[in-house]
Design a protein around this ligand. Structure first.
Ligand SMILES: [Cu+2]
Length: 222
């Protein structure tokens, strides 16, 4: 019985070897057969690049990523002030190509990604609104609320201490853009008001409680 089983396995192994299953050789991917999009459905602000790139992963018919494929990006609806940059990009070793998109002054924009030889493009729908011209952040319950804020350049942000007798500081990361508010030593009441003029991302924190997660982010847009 046991010998018979060993014989069966030997036969199976011979069959596998004969069928070309040599275990090491990688076959190059075939032509593009499918596109998987990423970065669709973002909501951002007029005339600002979307926070995440638009991307597609190109697969062959067996689901293997295909490098070296040229992807053409086209704004198919929306205001002409919206744009993709670059308009063509080439898939990398992981089969991924991407572009940066701005919705322009449209509230809704559609973008397609096409590959020669594929009938169906990948499509993206993106959204934009007017940026807020002010923001308010409350220091409360050992946290910044809200944790993430957005303001337009020229807009004002107010931080207000609202945590009873608990002391908190307001510090900015040293590599954040300038100008930014000077660091505020620990206090239990009061506020900081600052008008931001430089586009970018600002990361602030309480020096006492940062390792308990008391940190926040401000994004200043055009
Ligand atoms: Cu604190």
């Amino acid at each position: 019985m046991t010998l018979q089983r060993v014989g069966d396995w030997g036969a199976l192994l011979s069959t596998l070897l004969a069928s070309g299953c040599n275990g090491g050789e990688t076959q190059p991917p075939g032509p593009p057969a499918d596109l998987t999009p990423s970065g669709g459905g973002q909501s951002w602000y007029f005339n600002n690049p979307l926070p995440a790139p638009l991307g597609v992963t190109v697969f062959d018919v067996s689901g293997r990523p295909v490098p070296g494929v040229v992807v053409t990006w086209t704004v198919t609806s929306g205001d002409s002030s919206g744009a993709v940059n670059p308009a063509q990009s080439t898939t990398d070793a992981n089969g991924i190509a991407s572009t940066t998109d701005s919705v322009g002054s449209s509230t809704i924009q559609r973008v397609s990604a096409t590959v020669t030889g594929l009938l169906s493009p990948a499509t993206f729908t993106e959204f934009a609104t007017t940026p807020p011209t002010s923001a308010a952040v409350s220091l409360e319950n050992f946290a910044f609320n809200p944790q993430n804020s957005v303001v337009q350049t020229g807009g004002t942000v107010t931080w207000t201490w609202n945590d009873g007798t608990a002391n908190h500081t307001l510090n900015f990361n040293s590599n954040d853009p300038t100008p930014r508010p000077p660091d505020k030593p620990q206090q239990a009441s009061g506020s900081v008001v600052f008008t931001f003029t430089t586009v970018g991302t600002y990361n602030f924190f309480c020096a006492i409680h940062q390792y308990q997660g008391m940190a926040g982010k401000l994004t200043v847009v055009h």
